[in-house]
Design a protein around this ligand. Sequence first.
Ligand SMILES: N[C@@H](CCC(=O)N[C@@H](CS)C(=O)NCC(=O)O)C(=O)O
Length: 328
Amino acid sequence: MGLLVDGVWRDDSHDPQRIQGGRFVRRPSAFRNFVTPDGSAGPTGEGGFPAEPGRYHLYVSLGCPWAHRTVIYRRLKQLENVISMSGVSWRTDDEGWTFDTATGSTGDAVNGKSKMYEIYQLADPKITHRVTVPVLWDKKRGTIVNNESSEIIRMFNSAFDEFTNDHTEYYPAAYRAQIDQLNETIYTTVNNGVYRAGFATTQDAYEEAARALFVTLDDLERRLSKQRYLAGPRLSEADWRLFPTLIRFDTVYYSHFKCNLWRIEDYPNLSNYLRDLYQVPGVAETVSFEHIKKNYYGNMVKVNPTRVVPIGPVIDYTSPHDRERFVS
Ligand SMILES: N[C@@H](CCC(=O)N[C@@H](CS)C(=O)NCC(=O)O)C(=O)O
């Protein structure tokens, strides 16, 4: 892949901190401003980003689980006519994410660029940062508002309420402590845990991540034997943060990232829960197994040097689930 150093695109040898002692280390996102209903500052960053229809643009990869959260929220919160979106190609090259329409990109409808790193350069010509998706772009100020998926979904949850008919609250006050706790464990051991297993370059680092991942999956399986969703009777942010990892698990993480004690299909509750979420209206359309498979198997040459993309597995996520046994 590569990264920007002082605004110049460099290869990964300029990012020695990415793997430390065989362990993959993910670094914090740089742009942390918030869109708010009236443009006042959010929990971090500066103000000046009021919610307005047509003003903001979301850059995503349909292969990427972090971007997937934001695509799901945009869909569920009925923001598709309020926030425009561009998708990068499933193929990354020596210059990272591209807008090559021959390999699944929509093209860059807003800035007309061919590389994602050019969007970061527009926001800050001297930036030192990895060029990640998702990115929330402000067309009016010509800059990146935020490139942290967990914060972008919080904005989509409520900041644009004036411009949508969907007012579902995925982070209700009464459940916040519980959701925060679930997020913390699931981020560390599952969302990022699969990457820590897959990118590990020592046996110890791999085993540490892979074992912790299955401890959490076992816990979640128990939890979901007693309730329909992670934080109780209603769908919440915790579910939408877990879903993008679960839907990629049997197709990618099980084999490509060696997370292979069990498949999600082997867990009765997790597999039914996954179908339940997949079958929420609108969600299936946010899932592209073509992007997912080609993005992981076809790009990560340190993990899969041949870039060969496997033909399977065959799993029907539209088959009936048993989650309606829980009364909501
Ligand atoms: N913390 C970020 C992480 C995003 C992220 O790591 N995205 C990956 C794609 S799945 C990426 O763009 N990686 C490129 C790189 O690290 O160079 C978020 O949740 O938004």
